[in-house]
Ligand binder design. Structure first.
Ligand code: NAD
Ligand code: ZN
Length: 360
């Protein structure tokens, strides 16, 4: 099964399913047939779990296949690792026609995509996501590495040739990574699709017991929602900002905890609970807030700000978040489930509400 993502710069398919990687050789043959060399970029953990399966499938292409393994998580998104990747490409004499395959979660996708975007001014790449979170990161064309002064600060808009989402890979994900990815699924439902939101609440009660059919549905719908937003606004001048729902406070919490303490999605979930409360107060959102909080707590999410964090500091971080355009913090709020809007929030309102969210 495939979804087509259309942007002004490119149109590409997203294949989702068990054994979706079996579509790789055909896809390469029909769309990137000139690729003389293929480079798989993956991380240390994914390499031990799923690299062989991908190498086996690629052997059928008869092309020369190389593999470069990088550290896990944010450690992959550094200048040093980026430089090593470029050195590897040059030393193996990859060229304008070569193809890069990003095999891993969002970190590997962001790194490998940025390597592809910049090696010889851009060579084709294919995303092969292995995390639930990557339903978000693999679609949309944002690729980046981090700078010590800010996450994702060095990057590009660069669309892949295809996204090949093999659901078999998700079976090895630890629960905390499922929780991180599922927060973005919840986000997509809240900003765009009330029925999908109710379906999630009714059907997903335990992240370790998600069936293949359920994974399929949540990834497909999540990607459709993200793709629709990106199609409308590839370069983030308008509606793409809605995808930042929960991220303003989420990023501030994630950064001030120190990366790695909370996963991205766990931090964003705290940000969403907060944004929902603000939406009730400022936009008269009608929402069963208590059932939402009970549901996500049962799934293992925290819904409060850790008490050692200072709300004044969080406020400063929110205001310097790259998404904010003026001196006040711009927030994505909901008028209704499925109907987001942007609102400038006064410092005082943000601080007062944060005070209610500090863990007791
Ligand atoms: P990740 O790539 O760091 O993966 C998380 C962890 O799971 C890593 O330790 C990884 O080794 C491990 N892992 C991956 N696949 C696995 C599998 N199948 N089984 C077991 N373990 C596995 O990150 P992520 O959580 O997927 O994504 C987070 C990153 O994505 C962040 O860097 C964030 O900035 C980026 N992101 C980008 C966009 C975008 O639009 N480009 C959007 C959202 C997030
Ligand atoms: Zn996110």
């Amino acid at each position: 099964e495939s979804i087509t993502v259309k942007t002004s710069s490119k149109q590409y398919p997203v294949f989702i399913g068990k054994q979706a990687i079996d579509t790789l050789p055909n896809f390469i043959e029909s769309h990137v047939s000139k690729a003389n060399k293929i480079l798989i970029i993956t991380d240390e953990k994914v390499a031990t779990l799923h690299l062989e399966a991908v190498q086996a499938v690629l052997a059928a292409t008869g092309k020369q296949v190389f593999t470069h393994i990088v550290p896990q998580g944010e450690y992959a998104k550094t200048f040093d690792v980026y430089y090593e990747c470029q050195s590897y490409c040059l030393s193996q004499q990859l060229n304008r026609k070569s193809l890069i395959i990003a095999l891993g979660g969002g970190a590997v996708g962001d790194l490998a995509g940025f390597v592809a975007a910049t090696f010889m001014r851009g060579i084709p790449f294919i995303q092969v996501p292995t995390t639930l979170l990557a339903h978000d990161s693999a679609v949309g064309g944002k690729v980046a590495i981090n700078h010590p002064l800010g996450k994702n600060m060095i990057g590009a808009f660069f669309q892949p040739e295809a996204v090949i989402y093999d659901l078999n890979f998700l079976a090895t994900l630890p629960e905390q990574e499922l929780r991180s990815g599922f927060a973005e699924v919840i986000k997509h439902s809240l900003i765009a699709d009330r029925d999908f939101y109710h379906w999630l609440m009714t059907n997903i009660q335990d992240l370790t017991k998600i069936t293949d059919e359920q994974f399929f549905k949540m990834i497909k719908r999540g990607i459709e929602i993200k793709a629709a937003v990106v199609e409308e606004d590839e370069k983030e001048n308008g509606v793409r900002a809605y995808l930042n729902f929960g991220h303003t406070l989420g990023h501030a919490v994630e950064a001030s905890m120190g990366y790695g303490k909370f996963t991205h999605g766990e931090s964003v979930l705290i940000g969403m609970v907060y944004a929902l409360k603000l939406s009730q107060k400022k936009q008269q959102l009608v929402f069963e807030y208590n059932s939402f909080v009970e549901w996500v707590q049962a799934l293992g999410y925290r819904t409060t700000i850790p008490k050692h964090l200072k709300i004044e500091q969080l406020l400063q971080l929110m205001k310097t978040d790259k998404k904010s355009v003026t001196n006040s913090a711009t927030f994505v709020l909901l008028e209704q489930v499925g109907a987001p809007l942007l609102a400038e929030m006064a410092d005082e309102d943000l601080l007062n509400e944060m005070a209610n969210f500090i863990e007791r």
